[in-house]
Design a protein around this ligand. Structure first.
Ligand code: FAD
Length: 382
């Protein structure tokens, strides 16, 4: 293991690997990524892997649009020898309340003004896209055919391999157990395999990010919450787009090999590090999804899993340095949308660390916005 590094990134999920790649691509040398398990073992490898550009703020629309552009050419950009399985088969987001309907009209105006190919459609039109959709409780929908999903393991592996080619050292099965500081500056990172001297640490530890903050005495306004997913037996292709409802708090897609994957948010979920599966989720998920997509009730469930959302009070990430400790950067608190924004997160963090002007202004995502009462008001978040 290297005994010193210019930058140590804690976490080998898609965010940590994207930051490492972007820093190395910009010419930064001597970067180490430390992962306590294996790459993508955290939320990244457990997520729904959905990618949508249908957001309600300029910043999120731009972050998502640029990230989609990256995914479209990631295989070439990262010189990966496999397909990362980016399927742009659309996202259909349904509105069930008049409040949602009004919001969707505003969202679509904004998204269109930013060049996102999206349409506000009637429930009848939504049924032509997903014929078995139950439109009884649907007022309208929005649809973007360029949204989609991709394979989280492959894209993380692609980032990691590209980073390694550029000289990044990646240590798996290596746990960060402490961080030393001196005069409010980072001095070194302690791992179970030795100490690495460095002046810059990036916290990309996902569900464990608060614990990393505690190592340097910085209270990070995040908590972790279990989110569960279920998978059905595979069937012939019947549903192209991801179907999503904010009011039912669910999403459901058919994967390339035929299984349906679906998940749902629940504010009563466990708020610790447990990633066990529950009967209650199975029960409630099945009831809710069959209200919207009735024929799916006939499918057999073959598997369940869970992962951690890392959540801030406004469900938007914390990006960048903190004032308490020089050299301590955050890329945390993404709630349910960190996977899709990873390409831009990697670029923006690299720019911040190198002292460059950021491609998109993300200064509103600093840690102290909560103390100032300046929350980022994103209406289209789960
Ligand atoms: P992670 O992938 O969690 O990586 C953090 C890594 O840090 C872990 O591998 C962990 O082992 C490591 N680590 C932690 N502590 C230490 C330590 N002390 N030392 C060393 N290593 C450490 N997002 C989307 O965009 N679209 C979706 O459809 C979507 N669906 C989701 C569904 C579910 C069920 C869940 C749980 C999440 C979903 N998300 C989705 C959110 C998305 O998965 C996350 O925002 C994203 O993966 C965060 O990536 P990350 O690299 O920051 O975190």
């Amino acid at each position: 293991m290297n005994r010193s590094a210019d930058v140590v990134i804690i976490g080998g999920g898609i965010i940590g690997c994207s930051i490492a790649y972007n820093l190395a691509k910009k010419g930064k040398k001597n970067i180490s990524v430390i992962e306590k398990n294996y790459l993508a073992s955290g939320a990244t490898g457990r997520c729904g892997a959905g990618v949508r550009q249908q957001w309600g703020t300029i910043m999120n629309c731009r972050l998502a649009k640029e990230s989609v552009k990256f995914f479209e050419t990631a295989k070439e950009e990262l010189q990966y020898d496999r397909d990362i399985e980016f399927k742009q088969e659309g996202y259909l987001i349904v509105a069930s309340t008049t409040k949602e309907d009004e919001q969707f009209k505003k969202n679509v105006r904004l998204q269109k003004s930013l060049g996102i190919p999206v349409d506000y459609i009637t429930s009848k039109e939504a049924k032509t896209i997903v014929p078995y959709l139950n439109t009884e409780k649907i007022i309208s929908a929005t649809y973007c055919s360029k949204d989609g999903h991709l394979n989280p393991f492959l894209v993380t592996d692609a980032y990691a391999k590209a980073a390694k080619r550029l000289g990044v050292s990646i240590y798996t099965d290596t746990e960060v157990t402490g961080i030393k500081t001196k005069n409010n500056k980072i001095e070194s990172v302690i791992t179970n395999k030795g100490e690495i001297f460095t002046e810059v640490v990036v916290n990309a530890a996902g569900g464990y990010s608060k614990e990393i903050g505690n190592m340097v005495g910085v209270e990070l306004p995040v908590y972790s919450e279990r989110h569960q997913i279920l998978v059905t037996e595979p069937v012939a292709p019947i549903q192209k787009p991801m179907v999503m409802s904010f009011s039912l708090n669910i999403y459901c897609q058919q994967t390339p090999h035929g299984s349906f994957i679906m998940g749902r948010g629940d504010s009563n979920e466990l708020k610790d590090f447990r990633t066990t599966s529950s009967w209650q989720f199975l029960d409630e998920m099945s009831k809710t999804v069959t209200e919207l997509l009735p024929p799916l009730g006939k499918l057999r469930v073959i598997r369940q899993w869970a992962g951690l959302y890392n959540i801030t009070p406004d469900k938007q990430p914390i990006l960048g340095p903190v004032k308490e400790i020089e050299g301590f950067y955050q890329a945390i608190g993404y709630s349910g949308h960190g996977f899709m924004l990873a390409p831009m997160t990697g670029l923006l963090l690299a720019e911040q660390i190198l002292g460059e002007k950021t491609t998109i202004d993300v200064s509103t995502l600093d840690k102290d916005r909560f103390e100032r009462g300046e929350l980022v008001l994103e209406p289209s978040v789960v």
